[in-house]
Design a protein around this ligand. Sequence first.
Ligand code: MRU
Length: 343
Amino acid sequence: MRTIEWDNSDSSIKMIDQTLLPGELKTIKCKNVAELCEAIQSLRIRGAPALGICGAFGIALSARLSSAKNAEDMIKDMKAAGDAIKKTRPTAINLAWGVDSVLQIAEEEGVDPQLIRNISLEVAKSMADEDVAINKKIGKNGAKLLRDGDVVLTHCNAGRMACVDWGTALGVIRSAVAEKKKITVIACETRPLNQGSRITAWELQQDKIPVQVIPDSAAGFLMSEGVINKVIVGADRVTQEFVYNKIGTYSLSVLAKEHNIPFYVAAPVSTLDPESWDENVQIEKRSEDELRYIGSCKDLNVPVGVPILNLAFDKTPMENVSAIITENGAFYPPILIDEIILG
Ligand code: MRU
């Protein structure tokens, strides 16, 4: 099944609960915006492209649930829902993009409440389909950069669980494997929530793509030993100056540069943000408990009273990036994101 989809049977948003992976593959349903916000905040659903589709379906859901009697009041309800959804996770621009894309079309074309409901759902569903098509294009464009026998390091999860299907960074690997190239993946564990060891390793195991998990701290040594010859990561937001992605990405980019290893970023055009400067981008700070305890174990990992800084993302300067791979092609330094958008 797809990571996220609309369930026509009860007008809910159905998604795989990623907090349960790899132990359990289970879906949950969000029947209202509050449930959707909880699912996003708890990382039941996560990854920039998947969040974009959450935003789109969330607006469609809010239109379904609104009892407004005219278009203007319904749009007001939908905007309030959109604000609540956008606040859940501030760094990945796709979430706001998904919300705003559906809202804009609903506002422009919806002359009455029923039409708004229909249009919003149609647009959200086609954005979900489009996400898969885009990832396949990213995969095809990126596969050209991988050689038979490559050992590729990836961080966090930029796979099908981070999208509707296929994936961005893992989509590139999947496409290369589909072209019969032998690729081995090294997945960073990605502390503190372990999206790499739990989700990336699970996805690749399902696809029978060789994968080995390492603690985040092992990446530098393995690069120095010549074990890793490429790095591919996803992105939560790409501005003119920086690639914002899971905490730890910046360190990997510095290590890759030091060891002359190509450092690739795979992301859809919807992740590009040509308007924002660094001071406008909020790096999400998450609960101290994610480090205070390890998983659901209640034994202390950090003494009570010691403060914890748990930033979910970091920023990698463009000069550390060897190429940005999008559905419009692969773009090499000097990387100008306006050019990527134009294709
Ligand atoms: O906190 P998460 O799990 O949502 O972080 C996800 C990432 O950092 C991914 O690398 C990014 O969203 C790209 S997903 C294609």
